[in-house]
Design a binder for this molecule. Structure first.
Ligand code: DX5
Ligand code: ZN
Length: 219
């Protein structure tokens, strides 16, 4: 499994998003865009119009993480707009299979995210419907939180289930991923690493991406 780094623009300067995207272009595999609606999580960020603007401003593929109450209604629109990956939360979707299929039908990779308290074991049957499983390593809603070590066994269990299933499913981790924690995530079986504060809180985001990649590959 190849290591991929997805910097989260949640920690970037929202007044200069095109410039911030450019700082990791050619270095990052993805640009992680956190969509929050004040309902599923207690924070509000951005929506489809800003994603559409970002798609025009960068050549880096967009990885949309939808922390919203009604992904069944809104997720396909992000895929239709051109996001290359769209992730919905298992806790929010009322018709996850239909929505995951709609995301794929619109040409994007379909992701399923699990909050820290959501066990991965109940989702084994959904693996054929997804291209990426996202194990949250903080409670979603804010950047810069401390990594939850208690999620490491869950990452390992998710890796076992994915390997048993045998498909080409990526395992993403999001929350508190940094130079201090990325190796443990990789050792547990993650292969796509979201990092907000560790990348955009640094003086040199491109260097931070390269460092995270090197650490994950070494693990
Ligand atoms: C949190 C978001 C994350 C956030 C991660 O709910 O889903 O993508 O940007 O930020 P860090 O890496 O700073 O924990
Ligand atoms: Zn995220």
């Amino acid at each position: 499994m190849a290591v991929q780094i997805s910097p989260s623009i949640l920690s970037a300067d929202f007044a200069r998003l095109a410039d911030e995207a450019a700082r990791v272009e050619g270095v990052a595999d993805w640009l992680h865009v956190d969509v929050m609606d004040y309902h599923f999580v207690p924070n509000l960020t951005l929506g489809l119009p800003v994603v559409e603007a970002l798609l025009k401003a960068t050549s880096t593929p967009i990885d949309c993480h939808l922390m919203i109450d009604d992904p069944d209604r809104w997720a396909p629109g992000y895929a239709e707009a051109g996001a290359s990956s769209v992730t919905i939360h298992a806790e929010a979707a009322k018709a996850a299979v239909r929505t995951l299929r709609a995301i794929r039908a619109a040409g994007a990779r379909a992701g399923l995210a699990l909050n820290p308290a959501t066990a991965v074991d109940g989702y084994e049957d959904l693996l054929p419907e997804i291209d990426m499983l996202l194990v949250m390593t903080v409670e979603p809603g804010f950047g810069g939180q401390g990594f939850l070590d208690i999620m490491l066994p869950k990452i390992a269990r998710a890796r076992t289930l994915i390997d048993k299933h045998g498909g080409e499913i990526w395992l993403q981790v999001d929350g508190g991923v940094s130079a201090e924690t990325v190796e443990r995530c990789a050792a547990a079986g993650a292969d796509v690493f979201v990092a907000g504060n560790a990348v955009y809180g640094s003086d040199d985001p491109a260097r931070a991406v390269r460092e995270l990649r090197a650490l994950a590959e070494r693990a």
